[in-house]
Each structure stands twice: as C-alpha cells, then as structure tokens.
Design a protein around this ligand. Structure first.
Ligand SMILES: Cc1cc2nc3c(=O)[nH]c(=O)nc-3n(C[C@H](O)[C@H](O)[C@H](O)COP(=O)(O)OP(=O)(O)OC[C@H]3O[C@@H](n4cnc5c(N)ncnc54)[C@H](O)[C@@H]3O)c2cc1C
Length: 315
C-alpha cells in the first residue's frame, strides 16, 4: 500500500461522539497531543436527537447537539486538535500506524483510538425522518421515559426489539409491536416474555406505512403484508428497533470484530487485537449504547493509550 506520510503524531482519535471527545479530553490532559478527526457527523449520534435527560451532570436535561458542543469545547480547552475529516483507509501492519484522511493525506500515529460509533438502522420513511426526535426514536432506554403512561409503538422482531418492547412496557400504558412476518427472530425466551407481557400487543405480518403527525407523533398507519389492509393506531411515541450498524468498514480484515462488525476489545479494557490500537464507544458496544458508557470507554481508551505509550517510552 502506498502510504506516504504527511504528518507524524502521537495519538490519533477517529470519531467525535461522546467516546472520541472524552478520549480527546483525557489524552490532551495526559499530554499525548491528540488529533481528533470528526468524520461526517461532527458530534455523533446525539446531534440528531432533541432532549437528553440521562447524562449525569445536566440536572435540567440538555439538547443533544448542545451537549456535544460542550464536549467539543472542553476537548479544545484541554488542547486537543479537532479537525474535519474522514478516515478512509488504515494500515496497522507496522508501527507507526497509518491512517488515510479524506482519501488524500496519510497520518502516522503511535497510538490510535477508534471511536467511530454506530448508526441506527431506520425504516426509510419520510415521516420517520421528519418526526425524528419528536416522538420517533431508535432508543427505548434513551427516550422511553418521555412516554410514561402513554401508548407507543415499536418495530422490530429480534432480541433487541424484544428487550426494548419489554423496557417500554414498564413505562408505557400500551406497547404496539409490529412484526413483518408471522414469526419473531428473537430467542424463544424473549419471545415468551413479550407474548406474556399484558400491555404488549403484538401485530403479525404488519409493515409500517406511515407515521402520522404534524409537529410530533400522533398515530401510525400500518399495512397488512398479506391483505394490504391498513389500520391507524393513535400513539405518542414510535420506536425503531431493527438494528444498528457499527461504523467499522474501514477496519474490516484489519482488526478483529464479530460477525455484525462490532470491534472486539479485551474485556475490561479498550485494547483491540492490535497492540497500540484501542476502541471505545458504540463501535465496540452492542449492549449498552449510551452516551455515558461511550464517554466512560473513551476515558478508558485514552488511559490505555497513555500507558501503552509510556511503556514503550514513546513520550
Ligand atoms: C436518536 C438517538 C437518541 C439518543 N438519545 C440518547 C440519550 O438520550 N441518552 C444517551 O445516553 N444516549 C442516547 N443515544 C445513544 C448515544 O447517542 C450513543 O450511545 C453515543 O452517541 C455513542 O457515542 P460514540 O462516541 O460511540 O459514537 P457516535 O455518537 O456514534 O459518534 C461516532 C463518531 O464517529 C465519526 N466517524 C464515523 N466514521 C468515521 C470515520 N471513518 N472517520 C472519522 N470519523 C468517523 C462520526 O462522524 C461521529 O462523530 C441516542 C442515540 C440516538 C440515535
């Protein structure tokens, strides 16, 4: 691979969500002079939501985009070098590691922290995009609380959908669950829990036709996949639970990952199978997927990187 270097640095952080910025704050304070590339979504997933109520420290809640501006400002204040740019290729075959930015320049780094996050999969409806953050959500743990004692709907048939439906059933009066086929993909035990929950109403062979509402979600129109018949159900919240895609394509074949593309880390650490390359946040976490857990693992990655570099005598 042709990798003429344009710049040599200590610590490169890829991604600007809670994990990347937290890694940048810790790495900067440890004098690793981190350079962080923000990618196509500066601030990460929280920039597409409205109110965040579960991040500690914000007693009155905070708008997701505002919170991410605070993260960035804090990282800059600590001396992190925050840049626009997308990591497009990597070469981790030897030290220093090489990462290509925007298909042009190559950066050489002694340690790399991958914090590229994950993206929720969406149905692809116009109404889903328009009402995102106004009743449409891809995260029951994040947003279920806003719909206490209200009727909500959820789409999905896997284990995560079952888990999220059960989570919502403890908060909401009724959970309408739409399944495209006449069976669920979730494990037997999860299916049983869903089917036995008194306030989860499962609809088989149903597609979401449209989410209805001007300024916020008011109802959903579903369509029977066999008869084509439609039905409108009044709801306040609409949850999409059809999976997440970790943003790990550029690391395929380079770093160990599971079959879904989540980067594998050594349990209790942020270490990947390549010494000196660390992973934090949603790109390596398919279970918790929260801003606070992403931030926590960003801290771990910076501390792991710092220890790695000092053990090597690199700084
Ligand atoms: C609608 C919605 C609402 C949510 N609400 C809440 C909530 O209320 N509370 C909560 O705790 N969590 C919430 N979450 C979950 C939370 O947003 C995530 O857990 C968290 O953002 C994960 O942080 P991260 O840093 O791992 O990655 P992300 O936030 O996904 O950020 C990934 C970053 O990596 C960058 N990137 C990707 N590929 C590249 C590349 N090749 N080169 C450079 N950069 C790259 C992206 O541009 C982005 O900046 C919500 C999620 C969604 C989708």
């Amino acid at each position: 691979m042709e990798t003429t270097s344009n710049e040599r640095i200590h610590c490169l952080i890829i991604g600007s969500g809670p994990a990347g910025y937290t890694a940048a704050i810790y790495a900067a304070r440890a004098n690793l002079k981190p350079v962080l590339y923000q990618g196509l979504q500066p601030g990460g997933q929280l920039t597409i939501t409205t109110e965040v109520e579960n991040y500690p420290g914000y007693a009155d809640g905070v708008q997701g985009p505002d919170m991410m501006v605070h993260f960035e400002k804090q990282a800059v204040r600590m001396g992190a070098d925050i840049r626009f740019g997308l990591a497009t290729k990597v070469d981790f075959s030897s030290q220093p590691f090489k990462v290509q930015i925007d298909e042009e320049k190559w950066i050489e780094a002694d340690a790399v922290i991958i914090s590229t996050g994950a993206s929720a999969r969406w149905l692809g409806l116009e109404s889903e995009q328009r009402l995102n953050g106004y009743g449409v959500s891809a995260c029951a743990v994040c947003d279920g609380f806003f719909f206490r004692n209200k009727e909500v709907a959820i789409v999905g048939a896997g284990d995560t959908a079952a888990e999220e439906a059960l989570y919502l059933s403890k908060l909401c009066s009724t959970v309408h669950m739409f399944i495209r086929r006449d069976e669920m993909r979730a494990s037997k035990v999860m299916q049983e829990r869903v089917l036995n929950a008194p306030n989860i109403k499962v609809y088989w062979n149903k597609d979401t036709d449209e989410i209805l509402g001007e300024k916020h979600v008011e109802a959903v129109r579903i369509k029977d996949t066999k008869s084509g018949e439609t039905q409108t159900i009044p709801i306040s919240g609409f949850f999409v639970a059809i999976g997440h895609q970790p943003n790990s394509d550029i690391f395929k074949g380079v770093i160990d990952m599971d079959e879904a593309g989540y980067i594998k880390t050594i349990p209790g650490t942020s270490k990947t199978n390549i010494e000196g390359v660390f992973a934090s946040g949603d790109v390596q976490d398919k279970i918790y997927r929260q801003a606070v857990t992403a931030a926590g693992s960003g801290c771990m990655a910076a501390l792991d990187a710092e220890r790695y570099l000092s053990a090597k005598g690199i700084h």
